[in-house]
Every structure is written in C-alpha cells, then in structure tokens.
Design a protein around this ligand. Sequence first.
Ligand SMILES: *Cc1c(COP(=O)(O)O)cnc(C)c1O
Length: 438
Amino acid sequence: MKYYSTNNKNRKVTLREAVIEGLAPDNGLYMPEQIPVLPPSFFQTLHERTFKEIAYEVAQSLIGDDLPKTELGRIIDHTIQFDAPLVEVEKDTFALELFHGPTLAFKDFGARFMSQLLGYFAKEQKQEITVLVATSGDTGSAVANGFLGVEGTRVIVLYPGGKVSDIQEKQFTTLGKNITAIEVDGTFDDCQSLVKQAFLDGELKQKFFLTSANSINISRLVPQSFYYFYAYSRLVKQNKPVIFSVPSGNFGNLTGGVLASKMGLPIYKFIAATNVNDVVPVYLETKEFTPRPSKQTISNAMDVGNPSNFARLNDIFGGDHNAITDFIKGYAFTDSQTSKVLAEVYANKGYLMDPHGAIGYLGLRQYREENKSDFIGVFLETAHPGKFKDTVEHVIGAPIHLPEVLQNFLQGRKNTIKLGTGEYKNFKKLLLEELVSA
Ligand SMILES: *Cc1c(COP(=O)(O)O)cnc(C)c1O
C-alpha cells in the first residue's frame, strides 16, 4: 500500500515513510491510496472472532504488504493486551469502554501500535528517532508509556501547563528514561503549532530524525478502527442499525470509525459529539470550516480549536458536504450539560462516565430525541472517570475509587522543562540543547 498526502494525491510514499514523517512535507496528512473492503466471509464470521483476530485481519488488509506477517502479528499482540468491553447503560445504549489499557484512555491503542511499528522501522535506521508530541492530556501519557524504553526512540511531550489534570500530568512527567516533558505557558493549540513548525524547520530536520505521534500519524489511525469492528461483532446478532457516538477533539477516533465503515463495516451513522469547541459541528451545519482558538472545558482532552483530522474526513468524502452530513451528525455541549448528565446517569443507571464519555452519551440522547427510529447506540467511553477525579467527584458529590495504576502514577515525582512562552524560537533553542545533550 502506498500513502498520499491530503494536500497532494500525486505524492506517494511507503508506510515506513508515512509513519516516520508523521506530517507530509506539504503539511498534509497521509491517507492509504485505497481503502480495502474486507470480504463478505470476514463479516459473516465476525461474531465468532476474538478482538485480536479481528484486529489482525483489519491491519493485514490495510498494511499487510508493508511488513512481515510475523512482525504484524507481534505488533497486534502487543497492542491488543486488554479488552474493550461493551456495557449496557440503558436499553439499546452501550458504553464502549476503551480505557482498560495502561494509561486508562483509548489513546493506548494508537500509542502502543505506533510505538511498536516505529520501533520496527527504527531498527533499520542508524539515527535515533525523536518523537515530538503535543498533548491536551491523554496523548502525552499514552505515547510516553507506549514508547518508554523502546530502543532507538526518544519522546518529547509538549503540554499546556496548568491545563491538564494532575493524574494526566503525572503520567508523562514522572517517567524519565527516554521521555522528556516540556511545560508550555499556553494552550494545546500553541503546543500543536510548535510541533508543526518544528517539522517544517529545515535545520532541525537536517540534524535530527523527527516524527510526530499526534493523531496526524497514520499509525495511530489504523488501530483506532479495530474496536469499531470488535464492538459491532458483539452487536450484530441484535439485527438493528448501529450508531456510534464519538466524543471528539482532533477527530482521530471518529476518523478511525469512518475508515472502518469504508472497509465495509455496516455502521448506520456517526455522531460527532464535542464540547463548546465545536468547529466540526458548525462545519456540518453551515459548510464553513473555521478554526478558532480553543476554550478550556472539563472535557479537556477535546479542547481543540483546529481539529487536525478534519483534513482526512474531508478527503474520505471527497469534500462532499452532503455526503458527510448524511453520515455524520454533529452536536456540541456545554460543561453544565456534561456535568448534569454525568450526575444523572450515575444516579439513575449506576454507571459512572468520565466527562468525555458523557458528551458521547449526550450526542446519542439528542439524536434519539430528534429521530424516533429503532437503533443501537454506542458511545465511546474514551477514558476512565478516575483520570478526571476532581471534576467527577465534584459533579457526583462523592469520592471515587482510583484504580491502582493511577494511584501508582500519582506517587511519581514530576520532572519538566518549562517553556516560558509559546514562541517558536525559544522552543527550537531548547530542542537543540536537549537533543544534543542526549
Ligand atoms: C483524545 C481524547 C478524545 C478526543 O479524541 P480525538 O481523536 O482527538 O477526537 C476524547 N476523549 C478522551 C478521553 C481523549 O483522551
């Protein structure tokens, strides 16, 4: 399979190049040249297969030509080390819990897959690969933990100081080894913009081997399609249309789902559910895509003002606004709506959501109100509520139990480098010093 840039379909690269480059030199995102459709036999037997088997088949058809079978098997095995259970919250409404990985957020799937794939490519390479990643919270922890100790790689995490939860922060600032955390006095968008500028910087590119682990990297996208197939396989017997509601920020998770549907998974519709950072719902409504500075919310992993995977969504639908709006419904919710529903569902159904999952749930609920049709709704529970302990405890008015892995992270000592402002020249200076001294 070859990969093209969303900014230039004629420039094609191999998987290795796409993964190592992250962002294409023309600032586009890589997409597979063709999206393979899986055979009917695969779908007929889907319900009998394990998560790993499903993930392997999907990955094999997407990237199977690009690495040895044994290697792909090993990577899948490493990635799918935990389950993604469906929990029925109320009739025909399920939470797809994607938080059973080591950092308790769905990003573990993408980060684990990517670290292994990049580790494989790094072996053929003399120079160390430096992974630059901007995070609004969960990416940093998933990527840092995914790459911790992976030979030939080094990770630099940029995050907006004071704008991520304590637990999130501890998950990437306490690790040491090949992981460095930079605390930026700014927003997530500032962090993302610094990373993007670094990739376009000729001098840095000459001196170091830089790549990105943000959801712009194609190797994060591929594994984010696996659990849609898996969830569907557990629901197919019920013989109803299935709708996925995806709490979204950079739209990598939702794009993974759309990729699954283009590979033949018969998903009826998607709901793009956001907090007040509603650039995509506004686009769906008005056809105008207008990035703007992000606002801080209690679902902070979705505080994104310029969603990078929009370029991929747009590409998949060939820029056809009607086709997109037919398939994807957009809804945005405020913090007070989020808190209210979180408390309500906990009190009435005994299910504790995190603020991101709560937005997914709200999306489904709104869709049900507007469409009286019979369907199964699945909202993606993208993080364990314990990751947002303070917010969640405040909302439900009771203490919550922290899983042991989270408690362990809290014991660690924070170690960061502070970047006074989001100015690129300061960042570059820091990077040059940091990487040279390594
Ligand atoms: C990253 C994240 C999201 C948003 O996912 P995107 O792929 O950026 O849309 C939602 N919820 C949680 C908990 C996250 O960490």
